[in-house]
Design a protein around this ligand. Structure first.
Ligand SMILES: NC(=O)c1ccc[n+]([C@@H]2O[C@H](COP(=O)([O-])OP(=O)(O)OC[C@H]3O[C@@H](n4cnc5c(N)ncnc54)[C@H](O)[C@@H]3O)[C@@H](O)[C@H]2O)c1
Length: 253
């Protein structure tokens, strides 16, 4: 039995997959024998953050929201320092913040490209850079980056998003090689088609088409992703690094 909680930072934690990850890491059942105090990063909706602190925080676990723009390295460094001070350290980082700005390349603006690359890919550099020194010096760390199956197989209308997610996969494998000897693992979870605000705008026809490509014939839910993230942070996954685990109902097999 671990004598103290692990300390985790989750970017984009106020809704969807990020919120489910905060819950999973904070729950006693997470990781079999350990549970985590969690600092989550959000860039809007103070009420949602306060609700999560109240709903998920308990006597056993501290849940603290930090408002910051994940695209800024300076913000990331400040937020990580503040989280480390409040939680007493950092053992786990989950890079989850992400957006879509879909368009065919012919119509895609420079802003749509830059916004997606900055939120989805640069934020992963920012937060990993901000925690890595601490993890190296304590000789322990678990980093999980939320990529997407689109980073593996591409998707028409999502060249910016696919590039950002493929970039995350390359980043993960490179950093995993750099820090493996320090007992730090770096892995990716690549979700398929998950029911969250990000996918809510699809119309019935688009949904039907997508479901045709999913052998399990259902969309995933945020908890499907969160449980795999919890596993990768648990002692059961201590010898897994540099991997991409697709959680997609069989979409990319
Ligand atoms: N929903 C899906 O089908 C799906 C599929 C594959 C991958 N993903 C990935 O999973 C992750 C979570 O997606 P979701 O579906 O829960 O989306 P969501 O839109 O519900 O949540 C995204 C989160 O990111 C945060 N965020 C966005 N920009 C930010 C910024 N600049 N600074 C800080 N936080 C910011 C938002 O506040 C929100 O909490 C994303 O990286 C997404 O690309 C989702």
């Amino acid at each position: 039995m671990q004598s103290k909680n692990k300390r985790a930072i989750v970017t984009g934690g106020t809704r969807g997959i990020g919120k489910a990850i905060v819950k999973e890491l904070a729950s006693k059942s997470c990781c079999g024998v350990l549970f985590s105090d969690v600092a989550f990063i959000y860039n809007s909706c103070d009420e949602c953050a306060a609700e999560i602190e109240k709903e998920i925080g308990s006597l056993d676990t501290k849940i603290i929201g930090f408002k910051a723009d994940a695209t800024s390295l300076e913000d990331a460094q400040e937020t990580v320092n503040a989280a480390i001070e409040k939680l007493g350290g950092v053992d786990i980082l989950i890079n989850n913040a992400g957006i879509t700005r879909d368009n065919l390349l012919l119509r895609m603006s420079e802003k749509e490209w830059d916004d997606v690359i900055n939120v989805n890919l640069k934020s992963v550099f920012n937060y990993t850079k901000a925690v890595i020194k601490h993890m190296v010096s304590q000789r322990y760390g678990r980093i999980v980056n939320i990529a997407s199956v689109v980073g593996l197989i591409g998707n028409a209308g999502q060249a910016n998003y696919a590039a950002s997610k493929a970039g995350i996969i390359g980043f993960t494998k490179s950093v995993a090689r750099e820090v493996a000897s320090r007992n730090i693992t770096v892995n990716c979870v690549a979700p398929g088609f998950i029911e969250t605000d990000m996918t809510r705008n699809l119309n019935d026809k688009q949904r039907e088409l997508l479901l045709q490509n999913i052998p399990m014939k259902r969309m995933g839910n945020p908890e499907d992703i969160a449980r795999v993230v919890g596993f990768l942070c648990s002692p059961d996954a201590d010898y897994i690094t540099g991997q991409v685990i697709a959680v997609d109902g069989g979409m990319t097999m």
